[in-house]
Design a protein around this ligand. Structure first.
Ligand code: HBI
Ligand code: FE
Length: 277
């Protein structure tokens, strides 16, 4: 039996998932038949309200992915069905996990083109906010862009960068900021305006609108070192979003880049503030 990792909370609390049946790589069976009507109904509520919003706010590559996956409000998706689409598009697959898993295991899954998706769904009282990822965040937020070859290739390179980050002081914090800002909370410039692609935004009704329409946050052009040095907030909307010109830009900045010199140069310096101008 594997041990759950520590919760990424300010006040550490137990993670919700059941880790007792997880394999050594933290995977479990999705066990789709076990979801009840109430759980499918929560999926339906979340899906309906996000799909309308993202038609207007999300990057075209995200919308193409949502369509390709054939997800619907009718029920929590079956990972096996999504995997047929993903394998065909980019040779990625979903693996089911009980929730957050240790960094090292997470990186290894990504490096092998496996995306860990949490099996459980939030409760109705938590529609708007939840500390841990659930199946709606992981599937609706992350999986659509994994049908995009460039973004999928970036995600693999990200996983491959894990071991060196774990063995260099300050490295993990810097690599995690890249994930936070460019995978969870990324924005992208398109011919028709600024659009959302980050999973943390796509799975949040409030932040989808806020990240694009609010005058409050800073929106800064993507710059690898700056992203890796900038602290983030886990308990509120972001103060800063980084903006891509294209997914190629993210891929080019990270593929074949040795992050070690950046860890050595900046890893032991204090980070830049989450709202540093
Ligand atoms: N585990 N299931 C899951 N999902 C994540 O997004 C995740 C994780 N473990 C570690 C982790 N993310 C972070 O360390 C990333 O910043 C790398
Ligand atoms: Fe996420």
């Amino acid at each position: 039996m594997v041990q759950p990792p520590k919760a990424p909370a300010l006040k550490p609390s137990a993670l919700r998932g059941d880790y007792s049946c997880a394999a050594s790589d933290y995977t479990v069976a999705q066990d789709w038949e076990r979801y009840g009507p109430d759980e499918h109904a929560i999926w339906a509520t979340l899906y309906r309200r996000q799909i309308d919003l993202i038609e207007r706010y999300a990057a075209p590559e995200v919308l193409a992915g949502v369509r390709a996956l054939g997800a619907s409000p009718a029920q929590i998706p079956r990972f096996e069905e999504a995997n047929r689409v993903l394998l065909n598009a980019t040779d990625w697959r979903i693996v089911a996990v009980p929730g957050l898993i240790p960094e090292q295991v997470f990186f290894d899954h990504l490096a092998h083109r496996r995306f860990p998706v949490t099996v459980w769904i939030r409760r109705r009282e938590e529609l708007d906010y939840l500390v841990e990822p659930d199946v709606f965040h992981d599937f609706f937020g992350h999986v659509p862009l994994l049908t995009n070859p460039i973004f999928a290739r970036f995600m693999q390179a990200y996983g491959e960068a894990g071991p060196k980050a774990l063995s260099t002081p300050g490295g993990l914090a810097m690599l995690s900021r890249l994930y936070w800002y460019m995978v969870e909370f990324g924005l992208i410039r398109t011919a028709t305006g600024l659009r959302v692609y980050g999973a943390g935004i796509l799975s949040s009704k409030g932040e989808t609108v806020y990240s694009i329409d609010s005058p409050e946050p800073q929106r800064i052009a993507f710059e690898l070192v700056r992203v890796m040095r900038t602290e983030y907030r886990i308990d509120d909307f972001q103060r800063t979003y980084f903006v891509l010109d294209s997914f190629e830009q993210l891929f080019e900045a990270c593929y074949n880049t040795d992050f070690a010199p950046m860890y050595l140069q900046y890893g032991s310096l204090p980070p830049l503030g989450a709202d540093a101008g």
